[in-house]
Write a protein that binds this ligand. Sequence first.
Ligand code: NAD
Length: 237
Amino acid sequence: MQGKRVVVLTGAGISAESGIRTFRDNDGLWENNRIEDVATPRAWRADPERVWRFYQARRRQLSEVEPNPAHRALAKLSEGLDHMVLITQNVDDLHERGGSEDVIHMHGRLETLRCESSGQNERRMEDSDLGEDFLECNCCAEPQRVRPDIVWFGEMPMHMNEIYAAVEACEVFIVVGSSGHVYPAADLVHIAQVNGARTILVNAEPPLNVEFFDEVHLGMAGELLPDLVQSWLGSPD
Ligand code: NAD
């Protein structure tokens, strides 16, 4: 893989071994909540207290979890390659804490909050930022309510121009821990493949879009990735 342009896309499965639950492994529930009740703009309008409490709990959980060998293996892969772009659908910070830099968070991040009025985001992870009460921004003259800085279902993912450019130009496209249900992320492997990239999957089970992968490794990412990264760094193609 040395000298190749490599793009890696991760999903909730890479953080599962750190103790953060995925969606699909729980029948479409996220921590016992229906996705429509906590992860859509409509839910925020209908019951903002519930949505806020849900994301505050996810934000507090960050201090209780640690990156696992899969996060660290991807940081090592990036260090060993000349051109690697890491895109994640995850909203946790485990890639960064596992040593990765410049991670593209296409579905937003838990550590930042977004002003509902200006759209500006700001890192808010002090103890006083993690309670049950709504918070206000620091950007407006008259402070406004902030919302989770998350891309909810029905909203446009972030950084898509940069993501499409990287995926169209890559020579190797690797997906780790993603069910292939959530679009447009699920379509990126197809775009990579039609543009000539070799496509590789590391996932606990075959995802919906499994037919677009040239190479499939089924199993736990934390167990498989360290050795795979070792072999990729050693191989010329
Ligand atoms: P998903 O929950 O739909 O699917 C997870 C996939 O990971 C499944 O196919 C499962 O078989 C696989 N998996 C589970 N444990 C694994 C392991 N140890 N090793 C390898 N694979 C494993 O996740 P998705 O495709 O990322 O889509 C769901 C959406 O949910 C994303 O948009 C994401 O933003 C959000 N989400 C994020 C987090 C997080 O930030 N950690 C957690 C839950 C959901």
